[in-house]
Design a protein around this ligand. Structure first.
Ligand code: NAD
Length: 490
C-alpha cells in the first residue's frame, strides 16, 4: 500500500472552473522531482481565463446560497467534504506524492488526515464569529456584523501542496466566501481532485475554483482582478513583497502573507537526553528534505555539548536514504527541481568560500535521476555567512556555539526572518524567558514542528509574513466587519 508505480498515475491537464474540469492547451512541462521525468503538461490560465474564473466565482457567490445559508449547514457540507477526502486516500495520496516531494507513506499517515481534520476545524468555526454588539449609548443599538469578502484569491506553494492549499481554502469557504486557488505550477494536480471532491460534497459549483499557471501570468492576473476582494498567499518573501505591491497598486486590497524563514533551534547543555534532542533537531531540517518554511535551519548549541551532539547529528544524517516519494524504502525526499537543487548548492559553496567548514554532506547525490541533496552540516560560520543570512530551503543545517543565554539570544536574532524558533532545555524558567525574548511568530519548547492543534495560529514576524493561517485568526481574516447603528424609538 505504501509504494506505487508512478507510470500508472494519470493526471489531467486542466483547470477546475464553475464546478467542472476545463481541459486546455498545454503550456508548461511538469517534471517529477523523484526521477526528473516530465510526466504531464500544464495549461496556463491567461488574464482572460482568470477573468472568467473570478467572474464565475462572483456569480456563484451571489446566486448560490453558500454565504447566506445557515452557517451550520455550510459546516455540515464541509464536514462531508473532509470525509470524502479521507475516503479518497487511494486516489488522492498518489496524486499528491507523484509530482511533489511528499513521501506517499507520509501523505497517507499525515497530510491527508491533517487536511481533512483542518477542514473540520474551520467548519466548526462557521457559526462562532457573527460579530458583536458595541457599547453605544443606550438609546441606540450598535453592532458589528461579520461578512465574507466575496471572492478570495488563494496562491499556494509547492512544498506541501494540499496542506498549504487547505490552510487558505478551508477558512475562506467556512466564512462564506468563494475561492479561486492557484496552486504552484510545480505541483498543480492534486488540487483539481480536492476541488472535485468539494463539489461532490455539496459545495455549490463555482464556489471553489482552481486555475493553473505560473506566477507571472496567472498569479499576477488573479491579484489584479477587481472582483478579488482579498489575496491570501504562501510562498517566498520576495514573491510576497511583489504581490503586496501589486495589491497596493490595484486596490489597495488586503493580503495575508505566509513567507520564508531561517529559524533557529537553541539547545542547552542541560537537555536530559542528547541523542533524543539531536534526533528532534535533525528531523526538523531533514523532513521533506528541509523544504519546510519552519525548518529549524540554524542550530545554536551550548559549547560544552557541541562535540557529542554533532556526532549524533552526523550519524542521523548519514542514515537517511534518498529515494522516490513512491517507494516506502526512501527516507529522504527529493529536491523539488534541478534549479532549486543548484540554488541550494550555490549557497553551500558560497558559504564554504566565506569560511564555513563542511562537517557532513555538501553536495548532490549523483545518479539517482531526480535531484537529491546530501544532508549537510556547516560549522565555523559568522553571522554574515550566506548560509546564515539566506533561506536555503534544503537539508542544510548551520551550527554555531554559544557560551550563555545572552549570546544564544543574540545569535538567534535574524536580520530578516522571524517565522519560528525552538528551545531545548530542562530549565523551565530559562525556556519561559526565551519564549518572551525570541522574535518569532511561533516558539516550540522541547519539541520542533507543528502538531495537529489547529487552534494555534501560524505566521511570521518581520519579513516572514503578515497575518495568520490556522486558528480563529485565519477564519476572521476571511471576514470583513460592517458597523450598524440603529436608533431605538423611546
Ligand atoms: P514562490 O514564492 O516561488 O511561489 C509561491 C506561489 O506564488 C506559486 O504558486 C507561484 O506560482 C506564485 N507566484 C510567483 N510569482 C507570483 C506573482 N508575481 N504574482 C502572483 N503569484 C506569484 O514560493 P515557492 O518556491 O512555491 O515556495 C517556497 C517558499 O514558500 C519558501 O520561501 C517557504 O519558506 C515559503 N513557505 C512559507 C510558509 C509559511 O507558512 N510561512 C509555508 C510554506 C512555504
Amino acid at each position: 500500500m505504501d509504494s506505487f508505480d508512478p507510470r500508472l498515475i494519470a493526471v489531467r491537464s486542466a483547470h477546475f472552473i464553475a464546478g467542472k474540469y476545463r481541459d486546455a492547451q498545454p503550456g508548461l512541462e511538469v517534471v517529477r522531482p523523484s526521477d526528473g521525468q516530465a510526466y504531464a503538461q500544464l495549461p496556463i490560465a491567461d488574464a482572460d481565463l482568470v477573468d472568467e474564473a473570478v467572474n464565475d466565482a462572483w456569480q456563484a457567490f451571489n446566486r448560490s446560497d453558500w454565504a447566506s445559508r445557515p452557517p451550520r449547514e455550510r459546516a455540515r457540507v464541509m464536514r462531508r467534504w473532509a470525509d470524502l477526502i479521507e475516503a479518497d486516500v487511494a486516489v488522492l495520496a498518489p496524486l499528491e506524492a507523484v509530482g511533489s516531494t511528499r513521501p506517499h507513506k507520509d501523505v497517507i499517515a499525515w497530510d491527508i488526515p491533517y487536511v481533512a481534520e483542518g477542514i473540520r476545524f474551520f467548519a466548526e468555526l462557521a457559526d462562532k464569529h457573527g460579530g458583536h454588539v458595541a457599547a453605544t449609548q443606550t438609546d441606540r443599538l450598535g453592532m458589528q456584523i461579520a461578512e465574507p469578502y466575496g471572492v478570495i484569491a488563494a496562491i499556494a506553494p509547492w512544498n506541501f501542496p494540499l496542506s498549504m492549499a487547505s490552510w487558505k481554502v478551508a477558512p475562506a469557504l467556512a466564512a462564506g466566501n468563494a475561492v479561486v486557488l492557484k496552486p504552484s505550477e510545480l505541483t498543480p494536480f492534486s488540487s483539481l481532485r480536492f476541488a472535485e471532491l468539494a463539489v461532490q460534497a455539496g459545495i455549490p459549483a463555482g464556489i471553489f475554483n482552481v486555475v493553473q499557471g505560473d506566477g507571472r501570468i496567472t498569479g499576477d492576473a488573479l491579484c489584479r482582478h477587481p472582483r478579488v476582494g482579498k489575496v491570501t498567499f504562501t510562498g517566498s518573501t520576495a514573491t510576497g513583497s511583489s504581490i503586496m505591491s501589486t495589491c497596493a497598486l490595484v486596490g489597495p486590497k488586503p493580503v495575508t502573507l505566509e513567507l520564508g524563514g531561517k529559524s533557529p533551534q537553541l539547545v542547552f547543555a542541560d537537555v536530559p537526553d542528547i541523542a533524543k534532542t539531536a534526533r528532534t533537531v535533525a528531523l526538523a531540517i531533514t523532513g521533506n528534505a528541509g523544504q519546510v518554511c519552519v525548518s529549524g535551519s540554524r542550530l545554536l548549541i551550548e559549547r560544552s555539548i557541541m562535540e557529542p551532539f554533532v556526532a549524533h547529528l552526523q550519524a542521523y544524517f548519514e542514515e537517511l536514504r534518498p529515494g522516490p516519494t513512491w517507494s516506502s524504502e526512501s527516507t529522504l525526499s527529493p529536491i523539488i527541481s534541478r534549479l532549486q537543487a543548484s540554488r541550494i548548492d550555490g549557497i553551500v559553496q558560497r558559504s564554504r568560500q566565506a569560511g564555513a567548514e563542511v562537517l557532513t554532506g555538501g553536495g548532490l547525490f549523483e545518479g539517482l535521476g531526480g535531484a537529491y541533496y546530501q544532508p549537510t552540516l556547516l560549522a565555523g560560520l559568522d553571522n554574515q555567512n550566506p548560509a546564515i543570512c539566506e533561506e536555503i530551503f534544503g537539508p542544510v543545517l548551520t551550527v554555531q556555539a554559544f557560551d550563555d543565554e545572552q549570546q544564544a539570544l543574540s545569535l538567534a536574532a535574524h536580520a530578516t526572518y522571524g517565522l519560528a524558533a525552538g528551545v531545548h532545555t530542562a530549565d523551565i524558567n530559562r525556556a519561559l524567558r526565551l519564549v518572551r525574548r525570541l522574535e518569532a511568530g511561533t516558539v516550540w519548547v522541547n519539541r520542533y514542528g507543528r502538531s495537529n492543534d489547529y487552534i494555534l495560529p501560524t505566521g511570521g514576524y518581520k519579513r516572514s509574513g503578515i497575518g495568520k493561517d490556522l486558528g480563529r485568526e485565519a477564519f476572521e481574516a476571511n471576514l470583513r466587519f460592517k458597523s450598524v447603528l440603529i436608533d431605538i424609538v423611546q
